[in-house]
Design a protein around this ligand. Structure first.
Ligand SMILES: Cc1cc2nc3c(=O)[nH]c(=O)nc-3n(C[C@H](O)[C@H](O)[C@H](O)COP(=O)(O)O)c2cc1C
Length: 302
């Protein structure tokens, strides 16, 4: 293993590359190094986009004036930052982690550009604008639609995604009205909302026919049929009987076969009958992992 000081001492800015792909395991390790880097207030205001397609690398090389050599590289990692106060420092630190780990794995690389690369947004894909900041979102398996929780909205927005050129725009805004009986029980929604918004969780049932979203204020999950052009609400499932027990649902996760859905809040819902079928302690973020004879054999991605 390379000593840290030796890594820093020997690290070179490399601008010519062999015509050889970087092994998948090493790419993952490099991105993991970026992801694990500490950030101010632990905000992690970064997104790492691994680009390996030769045509996209050529176009990136043409757009980044100070890095035409990207065109010849087998790989580039675009680092996008959110607009937080320390984002530039945070991302710089993550980039340095990635350069060093790549170097320790025998991969020479370099840093190209520093902001002012907005032209590359169209190339890497920019989907929006959404009406406000986006929260959790889910993309259909065919990558044609994106469903997003949005700040200040009890509902969600839908964007249509295009591949060529990469990007997409919002095509629907769905606002939900909680059931009348719950509105009567909670006439004054709290000012301080869980996750500071109405809805912070959305997901697509694995068969791609329904979208489910959480209502963190009134304690519901709502299901929508998405087989038609406009999402159609088909169920409102209360997570509790007594408004005092509000579980404030956040993220929502489907099991691998889509039979059950697990909104944050310790409730399991049968996705066919739309009924709560069990209450078990869960954490906000969960994922199904199936084991056979002590070995993990399947893992969910929703
Ligand atoms: C913030 C930052 C931006 C940089 N931008 C570029 C760039 O746009 N193009 C480029 O070829 N090198 C860029 N570099 C690489 C520097 O030129 C390189 O790290 C420096 O010259 C030292 O090179 P050496 O390690 O090979 O001695 C950048 C480095 C930093 C830290």
């Amino acid at each position: 293993m390379m000593d840290v000081f030796d890594g820093i001492r020997t690290l070179l800015a490399v601008r010519r590359y062999l015509d050889r792909p970087v092994p998948e395991g090493i790419i993952r390790k490099i991105v993991e190094a970026g992801r694990l880097t500490g950030s101010a207030m632990n905000l992690q205001p970064w997104h790492f986009i691994v680009v390996q397609e030769a045509a996209t690398l050529r176009r990136l090389g043409a757009l980044a004036r100070s890095g035409p050599y990207i065109a010849q590289a087998p790989l580039a990692i675009a680092v996008a930052v959110e607009r937080t106060g320390y984002a530039v420092s945070d991302a710089s630190r993550a980039i340095h982690s990635m350069l060093l780990v790549a170097w320790s794995e025998g991969i020479g690389s370099n840093w190209v550009g520093f902001g002012g690369l907005e032209k590359t947004n169209a190339l890497l894909g920019k989907i929006g604008p959404f009406s406000k900041g986006i929260r959790p979102f889910a993309v259909t398996d065919d990558e044609k639609f994106l469903y997003a929780s949005v700040d200040g909205l009890l509902g969600f927005e839908v964007a249509e995604v295009s591949r060529n050129p990469w990007g997409g725009k919002v095509v629907h805004r769905i606002e939900v009205r909680p059931p009348a009986e719950r509105l009567a029980e909670i006439p004054e929604p709290p000012k301080a909302k869980p996750h500071s918004t109405w809805s912070h969780g959305i997901n697509i049932r694995p068969d791609q026919k329904e979208v489910w979203m959480v209502d963190g204020v009134y304690g519901y999950v709502y299901a929508f049929d998405i087989t038609g052009r406009t999402p159609k609400q088909i169920a409102s499932v209360p997570l509790f009987a007594d408004p005092k027990q509000r579980p404030h649902p956040g993220w929502i996760t489907f099991g691998i076969d889509g039979r059950y859905v697990y909104p944050d809040g310790g409730v399991v819902i049968d996705t066919r009958t739309k009924q709560v079928v069990a209450r078990i302690p869960t954490s906000e973020k969960l994922i199904e992992v199936d084991f056979e004879r002590g070995k993990a054999v399947r893992v969910g991605h929703r």
